[in-house]
Ligand binder design. Sequence first.
Ligand SMILES: N[C@@H](CCC(=O)N[C@@H](CS)C(=O)NCC(=O)O)C(=O)O
Length: 212
Amino acid sequence: MAEIEIIGAPQSNYVWSVRIAAAEKGVAYKYTPARPHTPEVDAIHPFGKIPVMRHGDLELFESRAICAYIDRAFPGPALVPADPRGAALVEQWVSCVNTLVDPTCVRQYIVGYVFPGTADGSPDRARIEGALPAMERQLAVLDRAVAGTGHLVGDSLTLADINLFPIAFYLQRFPESRTMMEAQKNLTRFVERMLARESVQATKPPPPPKKQ
Ligand SMILES: N[C@@H](CCC(=O)N[C@@H](CS)C(=O)NCC(=O)O)C(=O)O
């Protein structure tokens, strides 16, 4: 069958997760950078979000679904453990990060800097400040979660780690979140270990968001 095609801007945390997952599985793919709401994306995602994927006649949207397909359709190390307990814990952390951490840390806080929508293009301070208390709590929870083994689930890499990593990486690049991350030593070490992986280096987005 044709090669997989992964479509989406490289800076997107969800696109990056999908590309890390493919690299960890050793799955070759065609990469098509594209912003949300462009024709290539709209052709697959009913709401124009990235990433999207194509494999032969299969078209998929939602990073979790794309990662599930890559994990199950190809040989290579399992990104979700086969045992029910490990699999459920991976789902727990993916869901928690996607429904709580991403909305606060990425959509509210980081977007407040990167796509502020203010008249003069300056950071949206109200939006940024509004995210800080929840971020503080969330990063403390994540720090405790990786404190034991260095991973969110079990003692080796899973999709839960891959899904979290890009967000934690980007949080090191903005002022308030950088300070919060520095206080969370286990989470900082988690980012450092993920950065050392070949899959992460091979997919690192050029260029990263500008440091403030
Ligand atoms: N739940 C989706 C979220 C995808 C998502 O929000 N992608 C962002 C980029 S990181 C996007 O396309 N934003 C544009 C928009 O929401 O209009 C997934 O996991 O794939």
